[in-house]
Design a protein around this ligand. Structure first.
Ligand SMILES: NC(=O)c1ccc[n+]([C@@H]2O[C@H](COP(=O)([O-])OP(=O)(O)OC[C@H]3O[C@@H](n4cnc5c(N)ncnc54)[C@H](O)[C@@H]3O)[C@@H](O)[C@H]2O)c1
Length: 382
């Protein structure tokens, strides 16, 4: 297949590009280096220095003989995006190209506006580019489990049947994002659902939980292929942050009681889920929504697991509860369904002590690169 990956320089985009290329597909990636620029502005960087896309794709060619094409540009620029679609004629477009950080979206009005403009205009442009150039193309969009929030009822995969005054109908499950970033994801889902109904697009919206991990089968071949790995308060996901805290002697910081439960997955499973979605496209006029997690933990459970793994390597780790900067329920019901991707063939890489030790050992190799100042920046929701 012709696969177009938007956001192909990112934490998930680059490993996804290598995975599809390895599996024999023709891969093109697009990125505007938004995240690299945000890092310069806000003082954070990947733990392991990552080459730019020109160098990454060159290294991939040298190591595997396979080609990944790339374009540097902004998907909110419609003319640029449409040209890429015309040139690449994608069968599947995988959309990772968003501002993906909840704290970033809460820093200021300007950062909130940037998040809205970037995420919503980007998604709208992709929808138009599909309609105008490749109407049969399958759109795979990365959403987040955070769209659902933490309702006091079970969370199905995307839709709910509602009985009201003696009649029933099927609706998108009610969504309630916990940050402006999450709210843009809700709006993306709504917008895609509108155009699927109106223009008969084919789309899959993946409600993904926080991802952890630093290595994939493809990246393990050479350090130049390593995914970016952020541990700062703005772009680092929780488990990746805890691993770095454990290694550099910083307390593992838990927001509030740490009883918040979320669904998580290994980066290798992200690649598998996106691949399975690409191989199982819906009919036109259908929006498939899958919950992309493999297991659930409370934040406290994650901290305990990291602490135990670090202790087995001889590190003394402390866990510190700090005032929760977010507005979120700390004690809540959480029962999401996540069976469809397993039904399509996903065999999860669950979070074992062995995986944590492997991550700790990798981070230890780059311990000197850790900038302790970027671990905590004090961004608050209020
Ligand atoms: N990483 C996670 O744990 C996680 C969890 C749930 C959902 N997601 C979603 O998955 C997607 C990818 O996440 P990630 O962790 O790889 O983020 P990331 O920031 O590492 O990757 C996104 C990439 O998109 C690029 N980008 C942003 N706006 C762009 C634009 N207008 N034009 C071109 N490129 C643009 C960025 O430069 C970056 O390289 C995001 O949509 C995110 O919301 C991620």
């Amino acid at each position: 297949m012709n696969i177009l990956i938007l956001g192909g320089d990112g934490y998930l985009g680059w490993p996804t590009a290598m995975h599809f290329s390895q599996m024999g597909h023709a891969v093109t990636v697009v990125d505007n280096y938004f995240k690299r620029h945000a890092g310069l502005e806000l003082d954070f960087e990947s733990l392991i220095a990552i080459p730019n896309l020109t160098r990454r794709t060159k290294a991939w060619k040298e190591i595997t003989g396979k080609e990944i094409k790339h374009y540097i540009g902004d998907i909110t620029d419609y003319n640029f995006l449409k040209d890429v679609f015309i040139t690449t004629q994608p069968d599947t477009v995988i959309h990772y190209a968003e501002q993906p950080s909840a704290p970033y979206s809460m820093i200021s009005r300007d950062k909130a506006a940037k998040t809205l403009q970037n995420n919503l205009t980007g998604t709208l442009n992709i929808i138009y580019a599909i309609k105008e150039t490749v109407p049969n193309c399958h759109l795979i969009k990365l959403g987040t489990m955070g769209e659902y929030g933490t309702p006091n009822i079970d969370i199905p995969e995307g839709y709910i049947d509602i009985a009201h005054n003696g009649k029933t109908d099927k609706f998108l499950f009610p969504r309630q994002g916990g940050s402006l970033y999450h709210t843009t994801k809700v709006q993306d889902t709504d917008m895609i659902w509108f155009y699927v109904r109106t223009w008969k697009l084919r789309a899959t919206d993946l409600m993904q939980g926080p991802v952890y991990g630093i290595s994939t089968d493809e990246s393990a071949q050479d350090v130049r292929l390593t995914p970016s790995f952020h541990y700062d308060e703005i772009f680092g996901t929780v488990l990746n942050r805890f691993i770095v805290q454990a290694v550099c002697g910083h307390p593992i910081t838990i927001y509030g009681k740490g009883t918040q439960i979320r669904g998580y997955l290994n980066i290798k499973d992200t690649l598998a889920c996106v691949y399975l979605s690409a191989m199982n496209p819906p009919e036109g006029g259908t929006l498939n929504i899958y919950n992309q997690i493999t297991e659930t933990f409370s934040v406290l459970e994650l901290a305990d697991k990291v602490s135990a793994a670090a202790k087995s390597l001889g590190y003394e780790v402390t866990i510190k509860h700090i005032e929760n900067p977010r507005i979120e329920k700390e004690e809540h019901y959480y029962n999401p369904t996540y069976t469809t991707l397993k039904g399509l063939g996903l065999t999860p890489n669950l979070l074992t002590n062995e995986i944590l030790v492997e991550m700790l050992k990798t981070v230890l190799l780059y311990k000197d690169n850790i900038s302790v100042d970027s671990i905590f920046k004090g961004i608050k929701w209020k």
